[in-house]
Design a protein around this ligand. Structure first.
Ligand code: GAL
Length: 843
């Protein structure tokens, strides 16, 4: 074929080729390739700076998902990350469940509809403060099994479940290469530290897991987090409060942070952790300025450990995590808004960031500039001050820049500061919980103390491990035995009662002697084991000892946690008898799995009618092992709801048969709750609240679980509590605050580059939908002190501080006030760096 002929044919065909290409792109080109290089994840040939956030689908309701995802999108996220929760999906071998809160496909499609990507962490080990780390409890009883090591039965089960999930995703066309939103997957979870401890079998298992995953041909990259030896092409990634110094194990892999902990989880008995927004933003920018290109917030919405899904022992029902979206689905400000602003600032730098590695220059003892430049002339700079105490002025380019302590400024054009990690442009909110119902009218039913004579008990010799007996079908296991006391026992005459000592592997225990509660003991955060040791009242003849052993979540982390025990393993001894000490451990014990009320399904609408409840003056309060029920109307409106359980001790709550989770307000938080400065290295022990109070007082009631009226609320109380103190509350904003420095960088600076105006930041305030600003509770332009909710005037205060906020804001849902001297009647203290602090009441 000569050249002219070829050109002729090409010209003839071209329009059709274009048509075909066009058609192809319409049909399929939502599908994209996902690869990576040294610098970033590459989607359809483009390197991306990706901001991701963890939202675990079973920790909220499907009705909440669209709103949570929209708030994540509005907060500037590109990716939603979730684990896959094996024990929720395969409650018994081969019997799968993907409905309701476990509708994984639906969740991913909601993310897709919002236009975001998904990072699917299949695990199937997930840790996650989730019961048994996500493993089904039946897996423990597969003969010859050992979890997370080079073990045949385990690997077979893990492969089967992983294949099941991957094929489901493929069938629904959910991988990015199929036009779906999933751009990344994860196999295993933080296995590196375990491998380090167990050696050779661990190494072999890592290799196997990677090969097995790669063999599933998802078309998108796999990651292994905290796994320094992740085999190529699997990407090893970092988890932690800071990850700026992390380097992947191969220079052709991007630097990724799969878990930036936005706070920390709450344990029953522990204080509630908080991580300041300024430090969280600082950690992100440190990572980005050092060449990081993927950051995931763990958690972005933590949510709730409904039912018995909390890991443990002692993980609380709330998994709020101090995340940017709170447990109830409301933005947590300033954290949510500050990160939104941060993400905008980072995105302004994206083209320079993805061009290559930064150059780093020192600007002082504790100050640095990180500069990214592209061939086409884009330039982005990050000016950092690592000093924890002092602000400082640095010179960069032809200008000077103020840097607060422990902060980084972002300059998307290498000149203009649009964001500083320690300067909150976003407002803060103070939330309140307000009762919405008139008092509940309660009925009670007393759970029976089980005894060895009960028909439905099983006798065995000696003491048996709790999870072995219950298979974790319930928290409760009765251990019952008879003790024969001879009429000639000395203690019957001298009045010196014998000492009963019980050793239990945990997690909580009630001791009943002849039907009467003799004591309650429970383990602690450092050690789930417990010991009961007290004198007990015994009489001549047969005495009935009934021990109610209670599990509070199975372990989710630790070397071979599947072998850890719970329940009364002994010894159990009786001291002070004529014979000296009698060992009861080896004698005959009877077992009863669960409570009578559980067997009768008292928590359900139909089951609750199966017993006679009492009310009014007969209502039992402050008695152990009591069931309570009431019905109530759903409150008007859309505000999130919770139960205030402060008057109760320990137990479980259900609404219309759905489990709200375990309550344990009787466990008061011990530990340190000190002052909290955002500056300086954060750890989960810094910045905690609730010391001396209940670790968890409020329990989320999803709106979608309620009917307009006749909602059945059932509470099982183990310790004894006063149900008349329980109330249904709604969560709303009490007040909103802004705390803005004069000259503070704002994203608006960006537009001013062209107009050349000086920077006059604004304090923005807004109340949630349905609420308006009714009062300015505090306003001070000058040198005010304190934080939102506790502002006070400082040594310098403009007398007209209230005028502008009152004028601009009262009666409005949102408003703004410019932070400049003339707005407040002149400069109250020239030469000082002033700010405006304002708190407005929303009602
Ligand atoms: C990580 C783990 C997460 C979660 C977190 C603590 O090590 O990967 O699943 O448990 O710790 O909240």
């Amino acid at each position: 074929m000569d050249m002219g002929f070829r050109v002729f044919w090409w010209n003839m065909l071209r329009p059709d080729i274009f048509k075909l290409l066009l058609l192809f792109s319409l049909v399929c080109c939502a599908a994209a390739s996902v690869t990576y290089d040294h610098r970033a994840i590459v989607i359809n040939g483009q390197r991306k700076i990706l901001i991701s956030g963890s939202i675990h689908y079973p920790r909220s309701t499907p009705e909440m998902w669209p709103d949570l995802i929209q708030k994540a999108k509005a907060g500037g996220l590109d990716v939603i990350q979730t684990y896959v929760f094996w024990n929720g999906h395969e409650p018994s071998p081969g019997n799968y469940y993907f409905e309701d809160r476990y509708d994984l496909v639906k969740f991913i499609k909601v993310v897709q509809q919002a236009g975001l990507y998904v990072h699917l962490r299949i695990g199937p080990y997930v840790c996650a403060e989730w019961n048994f780390g996500g493993f089904p409890v039946w897996l423990k009883f597969v003969p010859g099994i050992a979890f997370r090591t080079d073990n045949g039965p385990f690997k077979a089960a893990m492969q089967k479940f992983t294949e099941k999930i991957v094929s489901m995703m493929k069938a629904e066309k959910l991988f990015e290469t199929q036009g779906g939103p999933i751009i990344l997957s994860q196999i295993e979870n933080e296995f590196g530290p375990v491998e380090w401890e167990i050696g050779a079998p661990g190494k072999a298992y890592t290799k196997w897991a990677a090969q097995m995953a790669l063999g599933l041909d998802t078309g998108v990259p796999w990651v292994m987090c905290k796994q320094e030896d992740a085999p190529d092409p699997v990407i090893d990634t970092c988890n932690g409060f800071y990850c700026e110094n992390f380097k992947p194990n191969n220079n052709n892999k991007p630097k990724m942070w799969t878990e930036n902990w936005t706070g920390w989880y709450t344990e029953f008995g522990g204080p509630v952790p908080h991580r300041p927004a300024e430090d969280l933003a600082f950690s992100v920018v440190r990572f980005i300025q050092n060449g990081g290109s993927f950051v995931n917030y763990y958690m972005y919405h933590g949510g709730t450990n409904f039912g018995r899904t909390a890991g443990g022992p002692f993980i609380a029902t709330s998994y709020d995590y101090d995340a940017p979206i709170d447990e109830f689905g409301l933005p947590r400000d300033p954290k949510w808004g500050h990160l939104r602003d941060l993400h905008k600032a980072i995105k302004l730098c994206e083209s320079a960031l993805v061009s290559g590695d930064p150059t780093v220059n020192s600007l002082g003892d504790n100050q640095e500039a990180h500069v990214f430049k592209s061939k086409s002339g884009a330039c982005a700079a990050f000016l950092a001050n690592y000093d924890t105490k002092s602000s400082t002025k640095v010179s960069f380019g032809n200008a000077q820049y103020d840097l607060p302590p422990w902060s980084i400024s972002i300059l998307p054009d290498c000149k203009t500061v649009v964001f500083n990690t320690a300067r909150l442009g976003a407002q803060s909110s103070q939330m309140k919980m307000t009762p919405v119902n008139s008092a509940f009218s309660w009925e009670s039913y007393n759970e029976e103390t089980a005894s060895a004579d009960d028909d439905d008990s099983t006798a065995r010799n000696g003491l048996w491990e709790q999870v072995y007996v219950t298979r974790d079908s319930t928290d409760y296991l009765w251990y019952m035995t008879d003790v024969q006391i001879d009429p000639n026992e000395g203690f019957l005459k001298n009045g010196q009662s014998p000492l009963l000592t019980i050793f239990s592997a945990g997690h909580a225990l009630h001791v009943f002697i002849n039907g009467h509660l003799s004591g309650t003991v429970y383990g602690g955060l450092d050690n789930p084991k417990l010991t009961f040791s007290d004198v007990v009242k015994l009489t001549a003849g047969i005495n009935k000892i009934s021990l109610l052993s209670i599990a509070v979540g199975l372990p989710n982390v630790g070397l071979h946690f599947e072998t850890w025990n719970a329940g009364v393993l002994g010894p159990v001894t009786l001291k002070g008898l004529n014979e000296g000490t009698r060992d009861l451990s080896k004698q005959k014990w009877s077992y009863k799995i669960g409570l009578k009320g559980e067997a009768l399904s008292l928590h359900t609408v139909s089951g609750s009618t199966s017993v006679d409840w009492v009310e009014g003056s007969l209502l039992t309060t402050k008695q152990p092992l009591t069931w309570y029920k009431t019905t109530f109307r759903a409150p008007e409106g859309n505000d999130p709801l919770a139960l205030d359980m402060n008057s109760m001790g320990k137990g479980q709550i259900w609404i219309n048969g759905q489990s709200i989770g375990r309550h344990w307000p009787g466990y008061k938080a011990h530990g340190g709750c000190g002052d909290c400065s955002y500056a300086g290295t954060y750890s989960d022990k810094k910045c905690r609240t609730n010391c001396g109070e209940a670790s968890q007082r409020w329990y989320h009631v999803p709106r979608s679980w309620l009917n307009p009226s006749g909602n059945l609320l059932v509470v099982f109380e183990e310790w004894g509590g006063d149900p008349t103190g329980i109330s249904l509350v709604k969560r709303t904003a009490a007040s909103v605050c802004a705390d803005i420095f004069e000259g503070q960088p704002t994203l608006k600076n960006w537009g001013m580059l062209t107009t050349g105006k000086i920077n006059r930041p604004k304090a923005h305030l807004w109340c949630p939908p349905g609420q308006k600003i009714s009062q300015i509770k505090f306003a001070s332009y000058g040198l005010p002190q304190g934080t939102c909710g506790s502002f006070r005037e400082g040594s310098c205060h403009a007398h007209k501080s209230y005028d502008a906020p009152q004028r601009n804001c009262i009666g409005k849902q949102s408003c703004s006030v410019t932070v400049a001297p003339e707005v407040f009647g002149g400069d109250p203290c020239p030469g000082n760096m002033k700010k405006l602090s304002v708190e407005a009441i929303c009602s």
